[in-house]
Design a binder for this molecule. Structure first.
Ligand code: 4NP
Length: 163
């Protein structure tokens, strides 16, 4: 595989629930395939309320039950991230549109994708915000992330092969 790492930024609203979990799920997948050295994976929020904070305790608890490892602090998405990453992977329509507002040109805009579009069912349109709900919402997020991240990884690797 190409030595230049593929750079992926998962994006949600607060960067304490969905996108840190997506980062952890994706990191687990590439580690299992021995591909960690070929990727740079981070996450960010479109909002800045949780800069410097650990992921939400509910997300950590449910994720750790599935073997996920969380080791990041909250950061906010900015214009500079379009130069730092190849893919900006959003969780819902709101994140998608907010990310596009920061894009400077068509090349930037092409980097913004919706993770839900990679769901195997073809009927999931978002990774739903679990913040104001119960624990089942966090498990639903993890179920969706496990499916979509596996398909997204396959897509990225296929795109790489065809370059
Ligand atoms: P996330 O969830 O976007 O998945 O990190 C949220 C976290 C915090 C807030 C909203 C959603 N908030 O309003 O503070």
């Amino acid at each position: 595989m190409n030595k230049t790492p593929i750079r992926i930024l998962f994006v949600c609203l607060g960067n304490i629930c969905r996108s840190p979990a997506a980062e952890s799920v994706f990191n687990g997948l590439i580690k299992a395939k021995g591909l960690s050295d070929y990727f740079i994976v981070e996450s960010a929020g479109t909002g800045g309320w949780h800069i410097g904070q650990e992921p939400d305790a509910r997300m950590r608890r449910q994720g750790e039950r599935r073997g996920l490892i969380f080791s990041k602090l909250g950061q906010q998405l900015g214009k500079k991230d379009f130069a730092r990453f190849d893919y900006l992977v959003t969780m819902d329509d709101s994140n998608y549109h907010d990310a596009l507002l920061l894009a400077g040109n068509d090349d930037d805009r092409k980097k913004v994708v919706k993770l839900a579009a990679f769901h195997s069912s073809g009927t999931v349109d978002k990774v739903p915000d679990p913040y104001y709900g119960g624990v089942e919402g966090f498990d639903l997020v993890l179920d969706i992330l496990e499916d979509t991240c596996a398909n997204f990884l396959r897509y990225v690797l296929d795109s790489q092969e065809n370059r």
